[in-house]
Design a protein around this ligand. Structure first.
Ligand code: ABN
Length: 171
């Protein structure tokens, strides 16, 4: 055995003499408990806006994961010169629409949301968003959302989709 091997063997034996199985288990236990409790510590997110961090996706009307878009199928008007509730200039909202019920994580309540298409310009093409919660397949046409709701407008060109709150579910 070479001197390096002897050195490693001796230091391993010394470590084994000094360390009991119980103390190894106790240290491991402490490490595991600490790792499990770390995510539960309170975090101050109050200064997010000051730090320039983007809003979480469920709070951002330009994100497909925005809570109000749970049953949407179309381009988000908030990315197309409008807002989540207002059609872009030069377009008109469809009088017919699709409705869904979305859960708002901010207040824990469920809202009835109308998805109206904005009509009169060619397809926006930005922020395509298909979540369509509760939608049924195409062979159940009355339960399918993959439709141009501009079909009843004078100009049936589809541009983008807005989402308007119609009501809140009672607690
Ligand atoms: N409701 C949005 C849409 C428009 C045209 C075709 C499919 C879906």
């Amino acid at each position: 055995m070479g001197p390096l091997d002897r050195l490693f063997e001796e230091s391993s034996r010394q470590l084994a003499r000094r360390t009991s199985r119980r103390s190894v288990l106790a240290t491991l236990g402490r490490l595991l408990t600490g790792a499990a409790l770390l995510p539960l510590l309170p975090i101050d997110r109050g200064n997010r806006a000051l730090a320039g961090e983007p809003a979480p996706k469920a709070d951002n009307p330009e994100s497909c994961e925005y809570w109000k878009y749970c049953a949407i199928d179309g381009y988000l008007c908030s990315c197309c010169g409008g807002t989540s509730t207002a059609c872009p200039p030069g377009t008109a909202p469809s009088p017919i629409s699709w409705v869904g019920t979305c859960h708002n994580p901010a207040d824990g309540r469920d809202y009835m949301v109308s998805y109206n298409d904005c009509c009169g310009k060619t397809t926006c093409g930005t922020c395509d968003c298909t979540r369509s919660e509760g939608e049924r397949p195409m062979y159940r046409p009355s339960r399918n959302n993959d439709l141009n709701w501009c079909m009843a407008n004078a100009d049936a060109n589809y541009h983008c989709t807005v989402s308007v709150i119609l009501g809140v579910a009672e607690k």
